[in-house]
Design a binder for this molecule. Structure first.
Ligand code: MD6
Ligand code: FE
Length: 204
């Protein structure tokens, strides 16, 4: 359902079996030949999540997208499984957006991981100007997510994102500030977790 203009939350969109399957596939990718790693961002701080980009890599030092992980090991970003893209495109369509994402950022959270409040604006200018949405799928432990306005000073509202939930942020919501303030440990459904995986699907 639409929470606010351009911001849609589809709770329990993935059933328990789909959550387990996706969790297992994500774990295999994250432990595969292009492993997840905690990026060091410009300024020198290390992120508390383990990241793996599919389709195209987000360089944490330059805040740009590239084919190889030049800020880490030079390995090519693995392709996004078509099945993942289908899931994201279908959720976007239910929110009224026509998009086939071409990259995905997988973030793996432990109990202590957080994601600072940020705006997603490293995609191509045309993509952002058109309000092409980001589709986020949550798996494993639930998270306290906060979302504010398009400027940093506006107040934020909390949302709990649970395993199987899909959030779509596009149109007028595309540039809203947001972050993850805590992980609700012990809430992962059987066959997922411990920890949390968040997939954000984007068009470059
Ligand atoms: C997370 N999500 O849920 C972090 N970004 O772990 C994001 O940063 C995000 O959920 C853009 C659109 C939707 C999101
Ligand atoms: Fe984000």
């Amino acid at each position: 359902m639409q929470l606010e203009p351009g911001l849609f939350l589809f709770q329990s969109r993935l059933d328990a079996a789909a959550q387990r399957e996706l969790w297992t596939e994500c774990r295999a990718l994250a432990d595969g030949p292009a492993p997840r790693y905690p990026p060091t961002v410009r300024g020198g701080r290390k992120m508390s999540v383990g990241m793996l980009c599919l389709g195209r890599h987000w360089n944490a030092l330059t805040y740009t997208y590239e084919e190889r992980r030049s800020d880490f090991d030079g390995v090519m970003a693995p392709p996004i499984p078509e099945r993942f893209v289908d899931l994201a495109a279908a959720a976007a369509a239910d929110a009224g957006f026509v998009v086939r994402p071409d990259l995905c950022i997988m973030n793996y959270y432990t109990a202590e991981s957080r994601m600072g409040v940020h705006q997603d604006k490293d995609e191509r200018a045309e993509t952002i100007a058109a309000g092409i949405p980001i589709v986020s799928i949550s798996l494993g432990d639930a998270a306290r997510f906060v979302i504010g306005g398009v400027t940093r000073k506006e107040p934020t509202r909390p949302l709990i994102l649970r395993s199987g939930d899909v959030l779509v942020m596009g149109g007028p919501a595309r540039l809203r500030f947001h972050g993850v303030t805590r992980i609700l440990t012990g809430t992962a459904p059987h066959g997922t977790g411990p920890g949390r995986i968040n997939l954000t699907f984007r068009k470059w």
